[in-house]
Design a protein. Structure first.
Length: 234
């Protein structure tokens, strides 16, 4: 009996506060407000994760300091065509931990050697994937569907990672990059061609006013499309 009493005296009961400290605290998953109506956001809520919708300047999701850009296959292709993907990848560089999730590989082919998607060749898509991995140092996850994406986020949310501030901003382009970005918005004009055009004509105004025969020296058959877009009304 005495030994039991001694054990009771020296045994320390955990207080309510102490027991709460030992329980893991679920960190909120920050979701860009434009994802509010997505199936991924609904699935994350269904999985019981704590979320908060905010306006994110960079990425669609922030999970334990990891910035995640999510793209369906059709969005990935369109962002490649209008070159939006490159600005988004530049923005992700502000995060040490970052991911690109390409979603829907069970629902749609990313590319096919026998059938080009939206005029984009299979090798162009392969080249972009390599660029994302090698130049932008951004890992790529290919998710089956929205449920698979949500499960990746669930697993990531349970991993121990260091916190990174959310107050990042979109990377601002310098003067030359802004000019190049504008020219690359035209169909079929990539970085090399835009640089050639700007080196030859010096300003965007000179380029817009240039006769088609001078444009043909660099653009070839695309010069007609280029001039047509400049002359088209909104």
């Amino acid at each position: 009996m005495k030994s039991k009493l001694l054990l009771n005296i020296f045994s320390k009961k955990k207080t309510k506060k102490e027991s709460q400290k030992t329980q893991p605290i679920n960190e909120k998953i920050i979701i860009d407000y434009r994802e509010k109506n997505s199936l991924v956001a609904s699935e994350i809520i269904h999985l019981g994760l704590d979320i908060e919708f905010r306006e994110l300047k960079v990425a669609d999701y922030i999970v334990k300091g990891t910035a995640i850009e999510r793209k369906t296959i059709s969005d990935f292709i369109s962002s490649m065509i209008n070159r939006r993907i490159f600005n988004q990848l530049e923005g992700l560089q502000q995060y040490e931990s970052r991911l690109l999730i390409i979603e829907g590989i069970y629902e749609q082919e990313l590319y096919s050697d026998s059938n080009e998607i939206s005029g984009i060749s299979s090798n162009a898509i392969r080249g972009l994937l390599l660029s994302i991995l090698l130049k932008y140092k951004t890992p790529i996850i290919f998710a089956k569907d929205h449920e698979d994406t949500a499960k990746f986020i669930l697993v990531l949310s349970r991993k121990k990672t260091k916190e990174i501030p959310l107050n990042v901003k979109k990377k601002s382009l310098n003067k030359k990059e802004r000019m190049q970005f504008i020219i690359e918005g035209f169909p079929g004009i990539g970085p090399k061609t835009s640089k050639k055009l700007l080196k030859k004509f010096k300003t965007i105004k000179n380029l817009a006013n240039a006769p088609e025969d001078e444009l043909k020296e660099i653009l070839g058959k695309k010069s007609g499309i280029f001039k047509k877009i400049l002359d088209d009304e909104y």
